[in-house]
Write a protein that binds this ligand. Structure first.
Ligand code: BGC
Length: 467
């Protein structure tokens, strides 16, 4: 029974979590936008600050990833210590400062610093957004709500293409960076109005505040069950001497740690960012003309990514995480293998171009329903509350680290193996990823975070839940 006597959440209760998730996911939009914007901006930065060596251009691009690694490493422990909300606010401030600095930079040195600052925001947001949403979401819709983050990442990437095209006539690379201030303000002001995560509040003994936050989105029976589950686990956690990074070494955490790190690395080493950002180059090799057609295809990649992420959001709580991963990885692997085959023919015929386009679309669609959303979702679900932030940091760090290494080595890989070899290598890694998921990754749909944690600890918590 809820405060108004109902056993079904009211419209305003359902709306609260949705609005909270949507506001927080603006952090995902900034993640996507700031990682994507550089491909359009670089064309003009290169001219304004000419001469720019290839190396310096690489530094401008990759310093965002260096910042992201740093942000990911710091975000988790900071959020365990100070709360989730202050870290989202911190990310918003960093995004705004980074955007203004990049837009106003008088020289390349400061641009590199600005890219690092933006990267810090991206790294922080990449883990704190799913973490906060997972901790306020009810179990039955947690998958969809947390995956709003991935949806916003894909929308951010798409927007960065569109803004890039829009400012091209005036060569307005500074504007391309500057517009990111708007979502940063939305994130900051929105988060200012949202409450702290109820789970962090329970962990810090603020039970009344936690109950009040939960009551804004649940009927009373659900609030009571979740509070009871959290308090039961809190008692168990308090008996353990170790907290923070040391606890990460405890044997019972190891399986979850391996799952998070494995998914983090597989998300990157199966080639997603090389395909997204090299799509125009890939199509050029198989016979597309440069220019408009290529820009249109890049937009197409963005649209397919957004479209299939919407599908994932809609089905993830019914289909489950495992099934999506297993199906998506088959699609990714097959499309990569076929793409490699097209490349091996070294043909520039219309048929080769068409086949390559279909493969690219299938690959992106398959990623968008599997490793894209599910990685960030799962790492917000599988770790125990007392170390959730720190453990997510480790997974996010591995993701950004792998992203960096793939970006750095892809040109070398291409030179050594050729297009066909590179795609076949990604395909082979896709097969390894499939077996990893099949043998190690559990299903988490429909269970509360406390039920997932209790199962890992080999214990149980009360489960009388409504709805
Ligand atoms: C990945 C990013 C990738 C994006 C593409 C995210 O989940 O972490 O590396 O660029 O998906 O949609």
């Amino acid at each position: 029974m809820s405060a108004n006597g109902s056993t079904v959440a009211t419209g305003s209760q359902r709306r609260f979590v949705r609005v909270a998730a949507a506001i927080t996911a603006t952090g995902g939009l900034l993640f996507g936008y700031d990682t994507g914007v550089i491909s359009g901006a670089l064309l003009f930065i290169r001219e304004d600050f000419a001469p720019l060596s290839d190396f310096i251009q690489g530094v401008i691009v990759s310093f965002l990833l260096v910042g992201a690694v740093t942000g990911a490493l710091a975000g988790g422990p900071l959020s365990d210590r100070f709360g989730r909300r202050p870290i989202v606010l911190l990310a918003a401030v960093i995004f705004a400062v980074g955007a203004i600095a990049a837009a106003l930079t008088p020289n390349v040195g400061l641009l590199i610093v600005a890219r690092f600052i933006l990267g810090l925001g991206v790294g922080l947001a990449s883990l704190i957004v799913p973490l906060y949403i997972a901790e306020i979401a009810p179990p039955g819709t947690r998958g969809a709500l947390v995956s709003l983050n991935q949806l916003m990442i894909t929308i951010g990437i798409l927007l960065s293409y569109i803004v890039g095209v829009a400012f091209t006539p005036i060569e307005g690379w500074r504007w391309m960076f500057a517009v990111a201030v708007i979502p940063a303000l939305i994130l900051g002001i929105g988060m200012f109005l949202l409450p702290e995560s109820p789970r962090w509040l329970v962990k810090n003994g603020k039970l009344d505040r936690a109950r009040a936050v939960l009551s804004r989105s649940r009927v009373e029976a659900e609030v009571e069950t979740e509070m009871q589950q959290m308090e039961e686990l809190e008692r168990i956690e308090r008996q353990q001497a170790q907290v923070g990074y040391k606890e990460l070494l405890a044997p019972w955490i190891r399986p979850a740690l391996i799952i998070g790190i494995g998914l983090a690395v597989f998300q990157q080493i199966t080639g997603i960012n090389t395909v997204i950002y090299y799509a125009p180059t890939i199509l050029e090799v198989v016979g597309f003309s440069a220019g408009g057609a290529i820009a249109a295809t890049a937009l197409g990649v963005g649209v397919v990514n957004v479209g299939f992420t919407i599908l994932a959001v809609r089905i993830i709580d019914r289909a489950g995480r495992r099934l999506l991963l297993l199906i998506g990885l088959i699609g990714m692997t097959l499309s990569l293998a076929l793409l490699g085959l097209v490349f091996s023919f070294e043909s520039t015929s219309g048929a080769a171009g068409l086949l390559a386009t279909v493969c690219l679309a299938l690959y992106i669609a398959s990623f968008a329903i599997s490793l894209g959303p599910v990685f960030w979702l799962m790492i917000s679900e599988i770790y125990p509350l007392n170390i959730r932030g720190s453990a997510m940091s480790v997974a996010a760090l591995c993701n950004w680290g792998s992203n960096f290494i793939v970006a750095l080595t892809f040109p070398v890989l291409l030179a050594a193996l050729g297009g066909a070899g590179a795609f076949w290598l990604f395909a082979a890694l896709g097969i390894v990823a499939w077996f990893f998921v099949w043998f190690l990754v559990p299903e988490t749909k429909g269970r509360s975070l406390e039920e997932i944690e209790a199962a890992m600890r080999g214990t149980t918590v009360s489960t009388s839940r409504v709805g």
